[in-house]
Design a protein. Structure first.
Lengths: 106, 260
């Protein structure tokens, strides 16, 4: 996942776009090391150190990763609960079409 | 005259139902022994499917014996599909719907899609005198219906449909395609609302029924394509404040992840 995400962030650096995470790891210090090693530059909420943390429970997340795409108004436009099978290409298509929509409007 | 006759018949059938569950006759030693032998065979590795017929026959041979309920419940819990399962479900629905032993079946039926399963859950919800059974039936009926929507979508693909028809039987798949997703979704929402209203205090392994139903209602109201995402306010990995709604105006990819 990380290489796809890194390239997405790089490609859309100058667009109105953000990648945000909700992280459910147990060990925060260890996670910080991983993020440095993997060059994970985007921000993530701390889910309390568990997949049963407050954010993922409220959002009813049952598989990891689960990825959502939100438009500029905060409306959910795509949900992929595929876990290891998330379709990153479809996610990129949705993002690109939303950005295109936005460019055409302005 | 006809009406009186029907009333008498109804009374009679209620009478037998009460007799079957509220005043069970003592377990006959031979019936209990037969059932214990069957469970033993199962534990020794005999597949449930192969024992289903035997268990059903046992229940039919001793219809008023408490062992009949055990044998039928055993089928509902261990047999995934087939005619014996449907028959066991209809006998339980018809004669034993007030029995407390039905509690563990409700969850199992979520993965036993059949007309008899749905009927059982609806009847248990309406007729069980036990709040725990009603709550279980209500929650798992909603879950059952959620899976029915997924099945409905798969049935739209002609090649999938053929395979699913073979697996679930034509009667069931035809029933599913005759429904609309909208109707089922409304039904699901009503069931969760009913739990929140009438069974909120019933405990489960993970929180009360009310808490679980409210989570589901939250998802129904907010976590769909087309709905505004609920805000997330909290702190990031470094302990700095982070708020999702601050990102309005941007397209956001939100990734629930973990490094494992």
């Amino acid at each position: 996942m990380y290489p796809h995400e890194r390239s997405l962030v790089k490609r859309l650096a100058n667009k109105p776009f953000a990648l945000l995470g909700v992280n459910s790891d147990e060990d925060r210090q260890q996670l910080k090391t991983v993020m440095e090693q993997e060059n994970i530059t985007w921000r993530s909420w701390w889910n309390g150190g568990s997949t049963d943390g407050p954010i993922s429970t409220k959002w009813q997340i049952g598989s990891w990763p689960t990825i959502l795409v939100l438009d500029t108004k905060g409306i959910i436009r795509h949900i992929d609960t595929g876990g290891a099978d998330v379709d990153i290409e479809v996610i990129e298509e949705v993002v690109d079409s939303l950005l295109k929509e936005l460019a055409e409007k302005s | 005259m006809l009406r009186t006759l029907i009333a008498i018949l109804v009374l009679l059938s209620i009478g037998t139902a009460i007799q079957a569950d509220d005043a069970p006759q003592p377990t006959s030693a031979s019936a209990a022994k037969e059932f214990a032998a069957l469970v033993e065979e199962f534990e020794q590795g005999e597949p449930a499917r192969a024992l289903a017929g035997k268990s059903l026959a046992l229940a039919k041979k001793h219809p008023k014996d408490p062992v009949a309920v055990d044998a039928l419940v055993w089928i509902a819990i261990n047999v995934r599909r087939g005619d014996e399962l449907s028959q066991a479900m209809s006998v339980l629905t018809k004669n034993h719907i007030k029995n407390i032993k039905l509690l563990p079946i409700c969850q199992k039926l979520v993965r036993r899609p059949a007309l008899a399963s749905e009927k059982f859950l609806r009847q248990a919800l309406e007729k069980s005198p036990h709040k725990s059974v009603q709550a279980e039936a209500c929650f798992h009926l909603a879950d059952y219906l959620k899976r029915q929507i997924v099945l409905m979508q798969s049935l739209k693909d002609p090649s999938d449909r053929k395979r699913l028809e073979q697996y679930y039987g034509r009667e069931y798949t035809q029933h599913v395609v005759s429904l609309t997703e909208d109707e089922i979704s409304k039904d699901i929402e009503q069931l969760y609302k009913r739990i929140a209203k009438s069974f909120a205090e019933v405990p489960t392994r993970d929180g009360t029924m009310g808490q679980k139903a409210n989570l589901e209602l939250f998802a129904i109201h907010h976590l769909f394509v087309g709905r505004i995402a609920p805000d997330i306010k909290g702190e990031d990995i470094d302990g700095k404040r982070l708020k999702l709604s601050d990102y309005r105006g941007k397209v956001v990819v939100l990734d629930f992840w973990g490094h494992w």
